[in-house]
Design a protein around this ligand. Structure first.
Ligand code: AHG
Ligand code: MN
Ligand code: MN
Length: 329
């Protein structure tokens, strides 16, 4: 992991990084860069609203339940609207899909220039906002297939087909993590410059780290293999870290290593996390950083989705640690 910040201050922004990446792909039209810049703009706007939520009294529940059957937070709705506005005006997008919207939004057909589909969880971990917990925005970019009529079927592509994935973590700093298939890069928002500045290129997850991350309250309803793994970890000097906000838990694993699990439970027999816009983008990031991600014993990125909001069990992190869990399954 090479640090790029220097003593005279580092001014290599996300914008210049994406444009230099684009120049490496001859024939790239710049459409893709426009989408990343729209997500970057939305991230800055969401960061501003998240940090002022208590002052602006926009915390708490929106009074509705979303398609997930979960109580929507007011900030979920605000973050979703910001992303829809920033992405809705980008000419190369065919379909937008959000955790907060039951149906995908069709912006334009392939014949009208719709080249990409963008899926997102506008505010992940939003139930921790009232207690000033770290929250995030998760996004993934897929190619549009103009031959497929239904928007939902178009976005139901295995994670291996993602052309980019990333998240923005609204923690003590605002971190922007992205992969376009050749490694994982970390940017930090410099509020005084107003840009995401490149601080680490080619992040590599440590291959092993004796830390696991799971909501142990549900242990009794985990499948037997997970229970056996946890018994083994308790007897082998493991530590436990669980924030309950996927972006924050994954970011810790990306930087320090360890293994994150959201197993099947009684209330969520397929796990709680959504495959298309939570598990898949995180799995691509983790694999691109040298870690691994599995759904049961199948690589997460090879699971064939059938529904936009389908859930999937998720185990991801340091390759040695994921293997140890898999051995118990
Ligand atoms: P979201 O806020 O987008 O619904 O996601 C919440 C998810 C994820 O962030 C986290 O890993 C998980 O919920 C925590 O679930 P438990 O509270 O059941 O542990
Ligand atoms: Mn989420
Ligand atoms: Mn969410």
């Amino acid at each position: 992991m090479n640090e790029t910040a220097s003593s005279t201050g580092n001014l290599f922004s996300l914008q210049s990084h994406i444009l230099s990446e684009e120049s490496r792909h001859p024939g790239a039209s710049g459409d893709f860069s426009w989408i990343i810049s729209a997500i970057s703009l939305a991230g800055k706007a969401i960061a501003h609203r998240v940090r002022r939520a208590r002052l602006e009294n926009t915390l708490g529940e929106a009074g509705a339940t979303n398609v997930q059957g979960e109580l929507q937070q007011r900030m979920d709705v605000i973050a979703n609207e910001i992303l829809m506005r920033c992405l809705g005006s980008r000419a190369s997008i065919a379909v937008l899909a959000s955790e907060e919207e039951e149906e995908p939004t069709i912006l334009r057909r392939g014949s009208e220039g719709g080249k990409y589909c963008v899926l997102f969880d506008p505010l992940d971990g939003s139930s921790t906002l009232d207690t000033n917990g770290a929250v995030g925005t998760i996004f993934t970019i897929l190619r549009n297939d103009p031959l497929i009529e239904s928007a939902e079927r178009t976005v139901c592509q295995p994670g291996r087909k993602q052309i980019a994935a990333g998240y923005i973590l609204y923690g003590p700093s605002t971190a922007f993590v992205i992969t376009t298939g050749s490694g994982v890069d970390l940017f930090e928002l410099d509020p005084f410059v107003g840009s995401f500045i490149l601080v680490k290129q080619g992040i590599r997850i440590p291959t092993s780290k004796r830390v696991y991350s799971v909501n142990e309250a549900y242990t009794a309803s985990f499948p037997h293999g997970y229970q056996e793994y946890l018994k083994w970890a308790h007897a082998n000097d493991y530590s436990s870290r669980y924030i309950g906000s996927l972006c924050a838990d994954v970011h810790r694993i990306l930087i320090d290593g360890g293994v994150f699990m959201y197993p099947p439970t009684l209330s969520h027999p397929d796990g709680k996390l959504r495959l298309l816009y939570e598990a898949n983008p995180m799995a691509m990031i983790v694999e691109q950083a040298g870690g691994s991600s599995i759904c049961g014993t199948t690589p997460t990125l090879d699971v064939q989705p059938n529904k936009l909001h389908q859930r999937a069990p998720l185990i991801l992190g340091s390759s040695d640690e994921v293997k140890r869990v898999a051995d118990f399954l």
